[in-house]
Each structure stands twice: as C-alpha cells, then as structure tokens.
Design a protein around this ligand. Structure first.
Ligand code: 5AD
Ligand code: SF4
Length: 477
C-alpha cells in the first residue's frame, strides 16, 4: 500500500451505523488528521444520546456533519466540494436536511459559511461539541447556529466515544488537544487552541474499556504527545505556575505511556505525533522496557535546513534532530521512524532543499507525508513572508523528495526480507481478497495468505518479498 498520502486519499469517508432507537438520522464524514476522526467519535457519542442513529445514505439523513481540516488549502477545497454536493442533495432530495461544519474550517472561517456563503445551517468549532444539543435546537427553530469558542480545559475526557468506521481491533485515544508550538506555517494553534492534556485516569479508563471490548491496539493521539503533562490540571502554559507539590507529582508523557502499557500488557500501544523539540530520551527507555509499545515513531522534521527551521520557528536544528534519532537507535535499534516534510517554504533555496534531501538520506525514513507549502491566512508565515517559491519549483522539489522517500522505504522494507515479523491482522488486503493485511510493530503494512487466521489475530509472518511500503509474506505459526 502506498504510504505517501495525498489530500485526495486522505479525505476518507467515515460513515458507519450506530445503534439508536429513534428516527433521526446522522450522516458524518471526516477529513484530515487522526484527531478529527477521533473527534467525530465524540460527536457521534453526544448525538447518540440525543436520539440520533447514523446512516450511510446521504439522501435519508436529517443531519449531515462534515468534520473539516484547514491544514492546507487543498484540504479546504475538498471540503467545499463536499458541501456543494450536500447542498445539491438537500435541494433535490431532502429539503429538510440540515448541514453542519465541524472542526478546523469551522473554527477558521467562523460564521462566514453561514452569513456570506449560506451553505450550512450550523458551525461548530473543535471545543464546542458539548454544545451540539443546544445548537441543534436553534437549528430546529430555524435559526443559524454557531459556537466556535475555544476552551482552556475541554478534553472530552468524560465522553465515551462511539467507535466509528471501526474494525473492532484498533482505536484512537486522544490524550492532548491543541498545540502551543506555533510553527509559523501552521494553522492548528489558531483552530485548535491552547495545548491541554487529559486526566490520565480518564485515559486509562478508556483504554481498559477498549481492552474489555476486545480491541488489540490503541494509538495515543495528540498534536504533540511528548509535551503531555497532567498536574491536577492539564493546561500546558500554566504548568510553570503550578505548585511545587503539583510539579513533583505531575504525570509526564513517558509516565503516561508506562501506565497505559502496564495496565494492558497484551495490547499494542502506539502514539502520534512526536516533535523533536519536545521528545525526550525517557520515552525511548520506556519503549525499550515494554514489549507492547510499538517500535515506531512519527517524528516530523519539515526541513533539513537550519535557516528554514528557524523561519518555521521549529525550535530545533537539523543536527539536533539527527542527534535525537541517533540516540533513539542506540536505545531502540529496531525502531522505524517516519517523517513530515514541507517543500517550498518561503525563501527555500536549492541549497536548503538539498539539505532536506541530505537529512533524508542520512535517516532513511520508513515512510513519510510530504507536502508543498500552502500559505494559511493568519499564520505568522503568511504575515511575515511572501509565498515566493514558484508552483513548478515546489512541484519539482516534491517529486524529488517523494522519489527519495520511495528509495529509502524500499531500503528499509528490504531489511525484513527473510525475517519473521509479528503482524496484527486488521482487514482484508485491498488488492487480494485471499490475503490479510495488517501492520507489524514498526508500522509497516504486511500482506499474507489468509489460511485459518482472522482479523484481530497476532500472527508470525515470514517475509518473502517487499515493495517500497509493503512486506509480503506467509504465516509461519
Ligand atoms: N503547508 C504545508 N504543509 C503543512 N503542514 C502543516 N501546515 C502546513 C502548511 N501550511 C504539514 C506539516 C505538519 C503536517 C501535519 O502538515 O508537515 O507536520
Ligand atoms: Fe502545527 Fe507545529 Fe503544532 Fe504540529 S507542532 S500542530 S506543525 S504548530
């Protein structure tokens, strides 16, 4: 399977049936990051309590919600096309249908969708989902409904998510919301607000519930998981002001990881996303000490040029990134690492671009997500710099890094050929109905003949062949 995502593939539809006992039907789609998919499960939980059941048939929906992403212009365009489609269905088939936007675009554009464009009935930002019952009442009474207030403490820790699009095997568990890092290109600090961590007890409860339901793997989610901190409160910016007592008893990310891994030693634990400026060595040691924490780190580096990293306000240099990676491999020799890269950031020269290629060559990432810079209104980069790299140059640079990534992916997957690796079966292979597809702990997709196995099984698979992103093998026990 191709691991290099483009926006089209990323805009996956997330629709599933949730049991409900009344007649109102909800159709929900999610775009963008895993956090949005996780948030849609919170939304489904809140609406199930309001008597909604979900449908996969747009035409019969009373309420259509789209959970949106603002990270790049292309992501927003995809959502706009969907909104046009929803409005066409509303016009032609179901005039009573109500349409709502959730997530980052709701937060970024606020009431613009309602007042100027008039293409939705409801706008709800990422921290306002608990207000949905009130907002729906407003809509029922024929009024436009908006809530885009960002919160300093909302983590939805008290809401048990309704698992959507689920295979019953892997689940997302959110541990932090928002981001305080202020990378200059990024809209997230504006759309998702201040960074806050969720009470570890509510995280543990969710993980234990998932284990009891038979889930086999969880991913702890946050924009920046390494800066997780719970000190009785979870607002990151106030941690410094906490009492000595609170600081001494605070839970860090590595401690949370330990708690979760030890609470459910049979479950696989993953986490995402890490950032080099916040990741610390203690996380590597916790990973090394717990066999159930997967040996894979998603560690965006964005650019290999210190000049660009500084302009991006990344708070780390290329050398610091490499030092962290080297330390990781000393402690975790079998760990794979994946990246995010932006090409064509304002002022990026060929030399800067070559620095990125050099850093890639040095690390040889297992896979990555690579993007052309997309100027986001309101960000520091949009205010300070001109988006001056021609589109053709951005395109060419993107092709060059995607090619390099493919080569490095192939180099990494090749190392597994002839070896045996443990796979958690997630689903049928998309390419072959006689094969299962799952991932090993290094987060590499593995396909192999089905035989007597079933989804949710852990299977030892001998690897006979590979592509740049997939291992191909056969079960050996
Ligand atoms: N343009 C292009 N890519 C971006 N990202 C974030 N903001 C932008 C932007 N304005 C990328 C970064 C980040 C990932 C989630 O999206 O690489 O790590
Ligand atoms: Fe955006 Fe940087 Fe925060 Fe990631 S760490 S969400 S790129 S500001």
């Amino acid at each position: 399977m191709e691991k290099i995502i483009d926006e089209k593939k990323q805009g996956t539809t997330l629709v599933t049936d949730v049991k409900g006992d009344t007649s109102r039907k909800l159709y929900i789609e999610s775009y963008g990051c895993q956090m949005n998919f996780s948030d849609s499960e919170i939304v489904a939980s809140i609406l199930t309590k309001q008597g909604y059941s979900t449908t996969q048939d747009l035409k019969e929906a009373d309420l259509v919600l789209v959970n949106t992403c603002s990270i790049r212009d292309k992501a927003e365009q995809t959502v706009r096309k969907r909104l046009e489609k929803f409005n066409a269905v509303k016009r032609d088939h179901n005039p009573k249908m109500k349409v709502g936007v959730l997530g980052c675009m709701a937060e970024r554009l606020k009431s613009k969708f309602l007042e100027e464009e008039k293409i939705v009935d409801m706008v709800v930002g990422p921290d306002a989902y608990k207000d949905l019952p009130n907002l729906l009442e407003e809509v029922d009474e024929g009024r436009d409904a908006v809530n885009v207030v960002l919160s300093k403490d909302e983590t939805y820790g008290d809401i048990a998510p309704v698992r959507l699009g689920t295979n019953g095997i892997t689940a997302l568990v959110s541990i932090t919301r928002g981001c305080d890092n202020m990378c200059t290109f990024c809209v997230v600090p504006f759309t998702r607000g201040r960074e806050r961590s969720r009470d570890p007890q509510s995280i543990l409860k969710e993980v234990n519930d998932l284990a009891a339901k038979g889930y086999k793997e969880i991913t702890l989610l946050g924009q920046n998981v390494d800066s997780y901190v719970w000190y009785g409160g979870g607002l990151k910016k106030d941690f410094e002001k906490a009492s000595e007592m609170q600081k001494a008893t605070a839970t860090s990310f590595s401690e949370l990881l330990t708690l979760v891994a030890e609470a459910q030693p049979k479950m696989r634990i993953r986490f995402s996303t890490s950032n080099p400026q916040d990741m610390t060595e203690d996380v590597f040691h916790v990973m090394a000490a717990h066999a159930n924490i997967c040996n894979h780190i998603h560690l965006p580096f964005q650019s290999g040029s210190d000049r660009m990293l500084k302009a991006m306000n990344r708070q780390h240099t290329a050398a610091e990134y490499l030092k962290l990676v080297k330390r990781m491999w000393e402690i975790l020799p079998n760990c794979t690492i994946s990246q995010d890269i932006i090409v064509g950031f304002p002022g990026e020269t060929e030399e800067d671009h070559n620095d990125t290629l050099r850093l890639m060559e040095e690390v040889k990432f297992i896979f990555g997500y690579m993007y052309k810079y997309s100027e986001r209104p309101g960000t520091m980069a949009a205010r300070k710099f001109e988006d001056d790299i021609p589109e053709a140059t951005k395109k060419r640079r993107l092709v060059e890094i995607v090619d390099a990534q493919r080569k490095h992916g192939a180099y990494r997957t090749q190392q597994f050929v002839g070896k045996t690796t443990e796979v958690l079966i997630e689903r049928e292979s998309k390419k072959n109905e006689n094969e299962w597809s799952g991932r090993n702990e290094q987060s590499i997709v593995v396909v192999f003949p089905k035989e007597q196995y079933k989804p949710g099984d852990f299977v030892k698979v001998k690897i006979n062949d590979c592509t740049s992103a997939t291992l191909i093998g056969e079960a050996v026990e």
